[in-house]
Design a binder for this molecule. Structure first.
Ligand code: ATP
Ligand code: MG
Length: 291
């Protein structure tokens, strides 16, 4: 199977027919369409089995993009409370766009996003963070380099009722992460790449989210810092029951702790399984694990 082949046809469990074939009125098109629907249904069933009966996040048939450009063409996702889901896939596949869409930063054409019992499909980013408990750590660095660690952390509470509440929340985080507390008066630009990533995650925790979206937690980091960041995420999941949806270029690392893994190709979910299943899959190994 070649997930990159634009002419790929249905057949294997992870294979998706090319988009040009779908919806065609020709005999072949109809067959491809049926295969496509069967494949989507199989992905949904697998996700339902992995995420349990009442997933915390449920994405159904999401079509979204930027302006008139559709990037996601019917994405289904599920993740249970306290689970982590890792999205992997080639550059430009739409992984970040999935996180953008869940957070409310894209134009949604079709489909539904639910967090808990709530339909949040049309909720903007501020409301997602304040009212729906969804926080987002972006792929690009979003710290203010000349502001101190402490000031950057306070900004995580910008939607809180008062400055005092934001400061209290920051103190709670400092109590938990003494390494960060020691650097509180330093401008964030002097932190190491790993410390900056930990600060960005900490800032996202100020609003006490129940769902954390994080894009490329390990990007640009040396192995020792990658381990620190993943240790922090693992602890947040196990200790606090935080639900995590991450995108990770380092597929081996990302899938290691993931309860659920999904391969995104050309704006669609091409494969879904447990993190271990995907790590053991020969195609995933060849394409994404350097096996
Ligand atoms: N803000 C935007 N406006 C218009 N197009 C965008 C925007 N952001 C991303 N795109 C386009 O959407 C497509 C998917 O991009 P996306 O960033 O979601 O991919 P990705 O899978 O996260 O890739 P990478 O692994 O390189 O981070 C690309 O073609 C990209 O050019
Ligand atoms: Mg990306």
């Amino acid at each position: 199977m070649d997930l990159y082949d634009p002419q790929r046809r249905g057949g294997g469990h992870a294979e998706r027919p090319s988009r040009g074939d779908r919806g065609s009125q020709s005999g072949t098109g109809a067959t491809e369409s049926a295969k496509q629907a069967a494949h989507r249904s199989a992905i949904r069933d697998r996700l339902d089995a992995l995420a349990g009966a009442k997933p915390l996040l449920r994405v159904d048939d999401l079509a979204a993009g930027y302006g008139t450009m559709e990037i996601l063409h019917g994405v289904d996702l599920r993740v249970g409370q306290g689970q982590s889901l890792c999205l992997i896939g080639p550059n430009g596949a739409g992984k970040s766009t999935i996180l953008h869409s869940i957070f409310g930063l894209t134009d949604i054409r079709r489909g539904k996003i639910e967090v808990g019992d709530r339909n949040v499909t049309r909720l903007g980013a501020n409301a997602k963070l304040r009212d729906a408990g969804v926080a987002y750590v972006l792929q690009e660095s979003s710290l203010f380099p000349d502001m101190t660690v402490e000031q950057n952390l306070w900004l995580g509470g910008y939607l809180m009722g008062s400055r005092a509440d934001a400061k209290d929340a920051a103190e709670r985080i400092f109590e938990h992460y003494p390494g960060l507390a020691r650097r509180r008066a330093d401008p964030s630009r002097v932190l190491s790449g790993g410390e900056r990533r930990l600060l960005e995650i900490s800032r996202a925790l100020v609003m006490r989210p129940r769902l954390l979206l994080i894009d490329e937690p390990s990007i640009g980091l040396a192995p020792v810092f990658i381990d620190q960041v993943f240790d922090m995420l693992r602890e947040l999941k196990r200790r606090d029951g935080l639900t995590i949806v991450m995108v990770e270029q380092n597929a081996r690392k990302g899938l290691e702790d993931a309860d659920i893994g999904c391969v995104v190709v050309a704006g669609e979910i091409a494969m879904a399984g447990s993190g271990d299943e995907l790590r053991d899959d020969p195609t995933v190994g060849r394409l994404f694990l350097g096996a």
